[in-house]
Design a protein around this ligand. Sequence first.
Ligand code: NAD
Ligand code: HSO
Length: 432
Amino acid sequence: MSIEVRETAELGPDERVAFFERDAGIESVTGDVREIVDRVREEGDVAVREFSSEFDGVDVGNLEITDECERAYDDLDQSLREAIEAAAANVKEFHEAQLPEDWRREFGDGRELGRRFRPIDRVGVYVPGGSAAYPSSAIMGVVPAVVAGVDHVAVVTPPAEEINPATLAAIHVAGADVVYQVGGAQAVASLAYGTETIDRVRKIVGPGNKWVTAAKAVVRGDVEIDFLAGPSEVVVVADETADPELVAAELLAQAEHDPNASVVAVTDDEATADAIANAVGEMAHAREREDVIRSALENDASGVLLARSMSEAILFTEEYAPEHLSIVADDDESILTRIDSAGSVFLGPNTPVAAGDYASGTNHVLPTNGGARVTGGLSVETFLRSTTVQRLTGDGLAEVGETITKLADAEGLEAHAESVRTRLERTEDADS
Ligand SMILES: NC(=O)c1ccc[n+]([C@@H]2O[C@H](COP(=O)([O-])OP(=O)(O)OC[C@H]3O[C@@H](n4cnc5c(N)ncnc54)[C@H](O)[C@@H]3O)[C@@H](O)[C@H]2O)c1
Ligand SMILES: N[C@H](CO)Cc1c[nH]c[nH+]1
């Protein structure tokens, strides 16, 4: 397996499009996904069972498996149980620090304004589990919802002859209220529209492969979603001080998720670029998921890139807007100040992306496909809605009264203006 070094300056228009408008195969499955979503919407559980049989190879009996999660937790090897609990505790602590406080304060004279935060009442969390198991994603999806105070957290995860026990146990530890064995687009459709067994939710969150991600895009008009969190991505920005093997290790780690994953190293140092490419070639062999890694490395949005300068490497990265950004360079903090678009940032040689994937406490459900240009990852705010609150005194209304009536008149909305004038007149009458 080899990966060729390409110069950023030499990239043609098609290659730039492949990097910057990458879609990880989502568009190619959107037609099929629309059909799956429509069938589940019309036929409910019958369609869910049919698609589970077709795509997961399982004849599902009971769709609900909430009690099985607690049993899996009880039976789980103690050290694995402790690892799940330690990761969940770190994620909880970091997300509790995000909880916003309601506030009100005086603006001007007699104008009290503020914001109030309340949880969404019913959410659905997708926990992936097709080609790998994702207990970590159960923690990342459910814990912030619980911290936010969501009343009803429903989890969906793909069925299997035996669903991974660590995934079930993690769903239990994270605190889900109800759990269903259904995966892929059919799971997203079930949460969006409801079936006989699965209640519809108000917001669907969580990561998944191209079918899951396409389904979230399809239902987005009918139900709220977090963002598109599809096949994993990483960009490593490296200078000549970077250890090529550690950079290669980052690329392989994200590449092993999915054949549609995208992994990039970009550097301004030719020797470093060559060394990273060699290390990737050598280290990719004899991996358990070598085939998946090979496909991901062959993606048009993957590669080792040689930039003419660090500024060019930074511009490339900003345009790419990766899910994960690792910066391994002497002046990592100053490079970071020049990159705004990244889902989650990992600084320095001792900070592997796997830290955030599993246990440092930050969330690993992150925007892919350039979504980092407009949003960050899953957080407590994902599960909250904010409401503004205001109270004006007579003086407060008088202060903004003319501004309001002028604008209302300009809009031709007389009743708006009158609702203010009436109050102002009453205040004047009371004062005289
Ligand atoms: N961006 C993020 O935040 C993030 C975080 C964690 C994981 N991920 C990604 O999640 C994904 C997990 O993928 P996975 O496949 O292991 O699990 P998954 O649960 O996402 O997908 C499995 C489901 O895909 C459906 N499916 C499979 N083949 C199909 C077909 N031919 N037609 C229709 N549906 C089909 C099946 O219904 C199955 O249940 C990876 O791409 C990984 O990179 C992303
Ligand atoms: N790298 C994934 C986010 O793209 C998260 C994850 C789960 N398990 C391992 N890693």
